[in-house]
Design a protein around this ligand. Structure first.
Ligand code: SAM
Length: 230
């Protein structure tokens, strides 16, 4: 599992992250960024090095052994994106742990930018994660998230986000069309990504099942989440 994607990958997967941050920093002295599923923290490190103390960053991983500050620093030193003597000068982020699909443990309306690349495909309750993103964002905030998909998962577990309405499967795209402040867009790699703005989403969905394919086959990674409209 790749855990070292940084700003270069984020630009391809999520859009022009730097331009969004630059625009936000024109209106605000300091902004708060949350990355869900930060892995070894390469993106966070790239952003901290670029924006210094104008950004406050919180990263989240599922478990401590998935990556923390130590891993972030050792990886940054190994990849030579920072020198040991420079470490003292940078403001290190906070890394928290838990299931972001259950709860993002941050205050309502406290985050200007939520980023998440290749992580939501591993969450059981993906729709609740989107609801949580809408909750933690500030009024002017934006959330950019890679759409939960994986080419490597067998057909019977695709798509990883399945929604049923009155006995028929409907696409995520058509489901979210009736909701404001959540939309799909095509990223530079030609894959769908999700943009979320401040909202108090009530999707009216029930999570019927979540199948972790990794439990069935250790070589595979992904969780299929099946919902129905209540
Ligand atoms: C494939 S790695 C990607 C890491 C990084 N974003 C990258 O692209 O290099 C997936 C990350 O998602 C995190 N993750 C998995 N399930 C999660 C959950 N339910 N809530 C929060 N983070 C989760 C893992 O801890 C892991 O760091």
């Amino acid at each position: 599992m790749v855990k070292t994607r940084g700003l270069i990958e984020a630009r391809k997967k999520l859009g022009n992250v730097d331009r969004i941050i630059d625009n936000m920093l024109r209106k605000k002295k300091k902004i708060k960024i949350f990355e869900s599923g930060c892995g070894y923290g390469r993106l966070i490190m790239d952003l901290v090095l670029k924006y210094g103390n104008r950004i406050d960053v919180v990263g989240m991983n599922f478990k401590k052994n998935h990556g923390g500050l130590e891993k972030m620093i050792s990886n940054a030193l190994k990849e030579k994106i920072i020198l040991k003597e420079e470490l003292k000068k940078i403001k290190l982020p906070k890394i928290i742990y838990g299931d972001a699909g259950e709860k993002i443990p941050l205050k309502t309306g406290s985050i200007d930018l939520v980023l998440s690349q290749t992580s939501v495909y591993l969450y059981k309750n993906k729709m609740n994660f989107f609801r949580e993103v809408g909750r933690v964002l500030t009024k002017e905030g934006v959330g950019l998230i890679t759409y939960p998909g994986s080419k490597k998962i067998p057909k019977e577990f695709q798509p990883l986000l399945k929604i049923y309405k009155k006995g028929k499967q409907i696409s995520f795209d058509s489901f979210i069309k009736s909701f404001k402040n959540i939309r799909l867009f095509k990223n530079k790699e030609g894959w769908p990504a999700i943009e979320i703005k401040k909202a108090n989403f009530d999707f009216g969905l029930e999570l019927e099942a979540a199948i972790n394919v990794n439990h069935l086959d250790k070589k595979l990674f992904g969780v299929q989440s099946i919902y129905y409209v209540k």
